[in-house]
Design a protein around this ligand. Structure first.
Ligand code: SF4
Length: 464
């Protein structure tokens, strides 16, 4: 069995999105009324394309190119801001992802924060997060982030071995990663998290442990441990690099146990959170609804979730296809017409809910599922019973987090269906089993038409 079928970080996957007609954001904007929404800004620029990357990003762009992109983000933000004003929308989370957002100059970063704060209302205790990479991390930019109220910084380190970094075609070296992480830790953000990869050809259990031990030694708050995937037009596909799933799984089992023994709580297959005895991160992760959150994306390549409407610019991976999308985005003045995405049926909403909750602790609360969908999760997803029998799923008691005007509090205990340790290690095998045939069909269709091309080109390849 290959435990690495598909990373289910959201559902449905963007490759299942298709052109939409006659969908106007104004008809959905009410869903963004009031508090607790997410705001996401995608900065699709990187210094170089990593060999495994299948994210929406381009390389080799000048300061002027990035300025032109920010001009379009500004037009979009002003239009969205005007639209949201009558609804009193407030955002509890603002995330800047990429790409490598810190590739922007300090001036451009300042412009971006000023723009967002001018057009949108961030809640008083909003979590502001940003992604960075070692080569783009310097003290001036980190201090700017601190002044702007950033609370979470996420750095892609991937390995502290130069040989493994070279295999990944990653642009930085271990020495630079150490310096950048040291600098990051010294600025005093509430949460610093670092990403590492396992399953790299040539990497061993021991060399992975050396990297993780070093990261933990810096005092980071969270470690994300990703299996190496090589798909969807990534550079390593063309080089014929094929990870060994069996060895990767062995590395996962050894290292998840290692991190737990070092005082990290495992919230999902990838996420390990350092348990702080007197801090806000306790021993158990409380439950919070994550199937229906509304999130608005700015820029090109990020996706918005508004009830049953999910939308995004068409999925693209390669330099040519991503750049074509960016150039198209930069010509636009009207961002209210939604032209690409998916309108989820009730059945797909149920699947999304179960996938989103199952793969993160404490899991699914059958009682809450029933209250939301007026149906039994056992009847809708008979596979869950088989997974209980196989020892991948178990019943457990957990805490439901409830939202109030002043924030979140722990509510009443509830019965959950929680992945066992073994089940959690199989997240990328079990999650895909919950994907509908219709969505799988669309994902496969995308791969057949666009692999290895890597995406749509506006006006050129609108086949799907
Ligand atoms: S993995 Fe991250 S840093 Fe590397 S090319 Fe992709 S978006 Fe850029």
């Amino acid at each position: 069995m290959n435990p690495y079928v598909q990373y289910m970080y959201s559902y449905p996957h963007k490759t299942a999105y298709r052109p939409l007609e006659g969908v106007d954001l104004q008809e959905y904007v009410e869903l963004l009324a009031g508090k607790s929404h997410g705001l996401y800004l995608h900065v699709p620029f990187c210094q170089g394309k990593c060999g495994y990357c299948n994210l929406f990003s381009v390389t080799g762009q000048s300061g002027e190119d990035m300025e032109r992109y920010l001009d379009a983000v500004e037009r979009q933000s002003r239009q969205y801001g005007k639209l949201l004003k009558p609804y009193g929308s407030e955002f509890s989370e603002f995330t800047i992802g990429g790409g490598t957002p810190l590739l922007l100059s300090e001036k451009q970063l300042g412009r971006m924060f000023a723009l967002v704060k001018d057009c949108f209302v961030l809640e008083e205790r909003a979590e502001i997060g940003i992604e960075t990479a070692p080569n783009q991390t310097n003290r001036g930019k980190l201090e700017l982030l601190k002044r702007e109220g950033v609370s979470r910084v996420s750095m892609g380190i991937q390995s502290f071995s130069d040989e493994e970094l070279r295999t990944l075609r990653r642009g930085h070296r271990a020495k630079r990663a150490r310096e950048a992480l040291q600098m990051l830790m010294s600025v005093g953000f509430s949460c610093v998290n670092v990403d590492f990869i396992y399953g790299i050809p040539g990497q061993t259990v021991d060399s992975l442990q050396v990297s993780l031990k070093e990261a933990a030694g810096f005092g980071v708050d969270e470690i994300f441990l990703y299996p190496l995937y090589v798909k969807h037009g990534a550079g390593l596909v063309r080089e014929g690099v094929v990870p060994d799933p069996e060895y990767a799984y062995l590395q996962y089992r050894e290292m998840s146990e290692y991190l737990r023994s070092e005082g990290f709580r495992q919230d999902s297959m990838r996420r390990f959170v350092r348990v702080k005895r007197n801090g806000r991160q306790g021993g158990k992760r409380p439950f919070s609804e994550c199937g229906f959150g509304t999130s608005l994306a700015l820029g090109c390549g990020g996706r918005s979730y508004m009830g049953s409407l999910h939308f995004c610019t068409p999925y693209a991976v390669t330099q040519e296809t991503c750049l074509a999308q960016i150039r198209d985005f930069e010509t636009r003045d009207d961002f209210l017409q939604v032209s690409h995405g998916m309108l989820l049926s009730e059945e797909e909403m149920r699947r999304r809910y179960v996938i989103r909750h199952l793969l993160i602790r404490p899991g699914i609360a059958p009682g809450r599922y029933e209250a939301l969908f007026h149906s039994s999760v056992w009847e809708d997803f008979p596979a869950l019973r088989d997974w209980m029998s196989a020892g991948w799923l178990e019943e457990s008691a957990g805490i439901v987090q409830e939202q109030h005007e002043e924030g979140w509090t722990n509510g009443k205990p509830e019965c959950f269906l929680t992945l066992t340790e073994e089940g959690m290690g199989l997240s990328d095998y079990l999650g895909p089993m919950l994907v509908s045939e219709a969505v799988w069909g669309k994902m496969k269709e995308w791969e057949a038409v666009y692999e290895p091309g890597g995406g749509f080109i506006p006006g050129k390849s609108e086949k799907l």
